[in-house]
Ligand binder design. Structure first.
Ligand SMILES: [Zn+2]
Length: 316
């Protein structure tokens, strides 16, 4: 006797249960060519903000996920947005506060539709603990460990919808000759990338452009990565800058090997000629001292500066 039909049909049933026939659904609330939705504006600490994650909407439709920090899953539902049309994922680096929610978000995508899913995922190449640093998986190995045939969540490849992952490992070593590289161009959307620098964690900076508007994501970045950020962020309409530390000496010294202080954020924003600055990945110190942080940034940068909030929507 064959398997009862209701078991065979379980994936389809799940897709129906969680698809746009139910809720939450897919809300098209704007037709701006490019819009940013902040899913997570926090960092690694459980401070009430979700960790780093953003959705980029093209003509009102969520298309690109940038980072996948813990908490983004809940914020996605609160925003009443769906991942049903998201097939591009950009990971700035593979620290948990930027990549830990990927399984939850991929499963949310899987149950939003029974159609085949092809995720194109870009992220940094791996490293092997150079200069006494930690080992980091490449993005392709990271995905393989999670979702590959012997991965922790191997079942997801054919759970509710057949899911294929196309992983792209991007160069993450600084080099004096590096220039931003176009990694994706289709339907009026162009995405470029260049190596960033975040201590020992391989890191990538991304810029997304559509219809003459642009947004750049610094990722977590220290002083060594700033020349590349200056180059890729040139004349961006919006620069999302991860802000963690106060100006020296007011934060623990080790944090200056990982992050950029406000004075240097303002200098970079001015030099790159960005139109607007959004501070995100906010630490409790940045929140508490925000007046001083903004004052320090404005010593060099005269454009508008805002602090991100979960759920915030910005049209660059
Ligand atoms: Zn971080």
């Amino acid at each position: 006797m064959g398997m009862p039909i209701y078991l065979v049909r379980l994936p389809v049933f799940l897709a129906l249960l969680f698809s746009s026939a139910g809720s939450p659904v897919y809300a098209q609330t704007s037709t701006a060519p490019l819009e940013l939705v902040v899913l997570g504006s926090g960092g690694p600490g459980a401070t009430g903000r979700a960790a780093a994650s953003y959705l980029v909407l093209i003509a009102g439709i969520p298309r690109i996920l940038v980072d996948a920090g813990p908490g983004a899953f809940a914020r996605l539902g609160e925003a009443k947005l769906s991942l049903a049309k998201v097939d591009i994922v950009l990971l700035t680096h593979l620290h948990i506060d930027h990549a830990g929610e990927l399984p939850g978000l991929f499963k949310a995508r899987a149950v939003s539709s029974s159609d085949p899913i092809v995720f194109k995922v870009w992220g940094p190449e791996g490293s092997h603990g150079q200069n006494h640093g930690a080992n980091f998986s490449s993005t392709s190995r990271f995905l393989h460990l999670l979702f590959g045939p012997n991965g922790a969540f191997a079942y997801l490849s054919d759970f509710s919808a057949p899911m294929t992952l196309q992983a792209h490992d991007l160069p993450a070593q600084l080099s004096a000759t590096a220039v931003p590289n176009i990694i994706f161009r289709q339907g009026g959307v162009a995405i470029s990338a260049i190596a960033g620098h975040h201590g020992d964690a391989p890191a990538v900076i991304y810029r997304i452009e559509c219809a003459g508007r642009s947004v750049t994501f610094s990722g977590d970045i220290d002083a060594e990565g700033l020349p590349n950020l200056r180059s890729i962020a040139k004349n961006s309409d919006l620069l999302v800058f991860n802000s963690v530390v106060l100006d020296p000496p007011n934060s623990p010294p080790v944090l200056y090997t990982l992050h950029t202080p406000p004075h240097d954020i303002g200098k970079l924003a001015k030099e790159a000629g960005v139109r607007r600055l959004l501070l995100s990945h906010l630490s409790p110190a940045t929140e508490e001292m925000h007046d001083g942080v903004l004052k320090s940034i404005h010593e060099n940068y005269t454009g508008p500066v805002s602090l991100a909030e979960d759920g915030m929507r910005v049209q660059p």
